[in-house]
Design a protein around this ligand. Sequence first.
Ligand SMILES: C[S@@+](CC[C@H](N)C(=O)[O-])C[C@H]1O[C@@H](n2cnc3c(N)ncnc32)[C@H](O)[C@@H]1O
Length: 207
Amino acid sequence: MRTNKWVWDWFAKGYAKAPVADEAAYQEKLEITRTYLTPDSKVLEFGCGTGSTALAHAPYVDQIRATDVSRKMIAIAQSKADAKGVNNVLFEQVDIESLDAPDGSFDMVMGHSILHLLDDKEAVLARVHDLLKPGGVFVSSTVCLGNSFWFIKPFLMVGRFIGVLPLVRFLDQDDLVKSIEDAGFEIDQNLAMSQEKVAFIVAKKVA
Ligand SMILES: C[S@@+](CC[C@H](N)C(=O)[O-])C[C@H]1O[C@@H](n2cnc3c(N)ncnc32)[C@H](O)[C@@H]1O
């Protein structure tokens, strides 16, 4: 089943207003990511939401293509870019499964808080690998709930069934690392953050 973009449209306004859940961890992730960027970097972000991360990295790179399945998320992201006068981030409404770009286009691909929401993350990881230049990096931050919070699963399943909630998978951090390695990456950094519930992973496409 394809991503229900209407659900994400519905969340967009609230998402834009909500504070970052763990500001210290967010800032650390931005700093680590920046160590992989250069002024020539061409970056893709998928599932960019309302664009905060792409806009934060914009001054340090040549260009960012920031994409999201939700038209409303992208509209909010674009209005933030316009307000800040940022012109090297191209916001685009497209789902990652349909993204059109030649192989080897990017120095970095980012996917934050999205791998646990995908129908087929293995297919997306393979596509990300193709999209990167040799030596390029995939930077992801993923909620990995494993066996915890099992009691909210029925609520999520019903919400998904009636179309008011997105698919949410309860990933295990070790399995996620294995999926990324199986897609052809070497893990450069693997940090458990936010009470070990979030996996921040930097993975390199072997040159
Ligand atoms: C939890 S939000 C994360 C937003 C942002 N990356 C962040 O870290 O705040 C997930 C985002 O992924 C988008 N999304 C979900 N499935 C997608 C897909 N298949 N392709 C592209 N974007 C998708 C949603 O519209 C939403 O904006």
